[in-house]
Design a protein around this ligand. Structure first.
Ligand SMILES: Nc1ncnc2c1ncn2[C@@H]1O[C@H](COP(=O)(O)OP(=O)(O)O)[C@@H](O)[C@H]1O
Ligand SMILES: [Mg+2]
Length: 277
């Protein structure tokens, strides 16, 4: 096994925003699928008990005997729950409602916030990128994701209260940085469900750019993105020519360029894979 802290280690990105309905799951699923199509081995970890990231990748509820819940409570290893998704190179660690119980079961465990970090260590040299879809809260499941991650990606819907939520989120990120995970970085903000005809959307976008790195690739409001999950498919399999698919493919390219340019971990993996072959 290669050194898990070495250059070939996956880059772990968690998709976080404590507001519901801002496009976290849509971003986690479609960004992970788009990164996988760029020939990066990609793992999507579903940390939301709603399990929407799992079903959005075609992993159905009845087929999930072991899930991320079993991993978090220490019953099984991460590799035992990972399943292949419909997109080549994309793998999913699925979640079900069971995950709700993990918070209660771990309440007396002093290392309760580090469960996901420990679990990821065993697979981190098998992937180029790991994405974590978080629930709409800043509770224990999200803190586990922040503790396990190298970077945070924040989907943001450009509406009036969007910035207010960001202040709370950044305070939580700072707390995790000052304690469990000093190297945690904010990768940037992704504008989701963007409607260019809406003046407020432009104003909010300008305001966010004063405080954060905002990806140039903006995800437009696109009905195909909202239809794809009911078919259990990421948008690139459902309608690759849609504006939504093109948005996520562009975002994946931009993210990969950014991390590779900055020399971030995960970027060297392909060369290593080639050497092994
Ligand atoms: N760019 C988009 N265009 C249209 N609908 C979208 C878009 N992004 C997300 N949606 C829809 O909005 C709803 C909330 O998105 P979701 O990704 O589940 O948010 P979250 O995970 O933050 O709660 C879902 O029904 C989803 O299909
Ligand atoms: Mg979600």
């Amino acid at each position: 096994m290669r050194d898990p802290m070495g250059e070939s280690r996956a880059r772990v990105t968690c998709v976080v925003n404590q507001k519901g309905g801002v496009g976290k799951t849509t971003t986690a699923v479609n960004l992970a699928a788009s990164v996988a199509t760029a020939e990066k081995r990609t793992l999507l970890i579903d940390m939301d008990p709603q399990g929407n990231a799992s079903s959005g990748c075609g992993v159905r509820a009845g087929t999930r005997e072991r899930t991320i819940y079993d991993v978090i409570i220490g019953e099984v290893s991460m590799s035992e729950v990972v399943v292949e998704a419909t997109v080549p190179g994309l793998f999913v660690a699925p979640a079900t409602q069971d995950l709700v119980a993990a918070e209660l079961e771990l309440v007396d465990d002093p290392k309760r916030a580090l469960k996901l970090k420990e679990a990821i260590l065993s697979v981190v040299d098998q992937f180029d990128h790991v994405f974590i879809d978080c629930p709409p809260s800043l509770g224990l499941l999200t803190v586990n994701a922040l503790a396990a991650a190298d970077a945070v990606l924040v989907p943001l819907q450009c509406e009036y209260y969007a910035l207010e939520g960001l202040t709370h989120l950044m305070a939580t990120i700072d707390r995790v940085k000052n304690g469990m995970n000093p190297s945690l970085e904010v990768e940037g903000v992704v504008l989701t469900m963007f409607d260019p005809r809406n003046n407020l959307a432009h104003q909010v976008a300008e305001e966010v750019k004063k405080h954060f790195f905002v990806f140039e690739s903006v995800i437009p409001r696109n009905v195909r993105l909202s239809e794809a999950p009911s078919h259990g498919k990421p948008i690139i399999l459902y309608d690759v020519s849609s504006k939504g698919a093109q948005g996520y493919l562009a975002l994946a390219r931009e993210l990969l360029l950014k991390t590779e340019r900055d020399g971030k971990r995960g970027a060297k993996r392909k060369a290593a894979a080639g050497a092994r072959a």
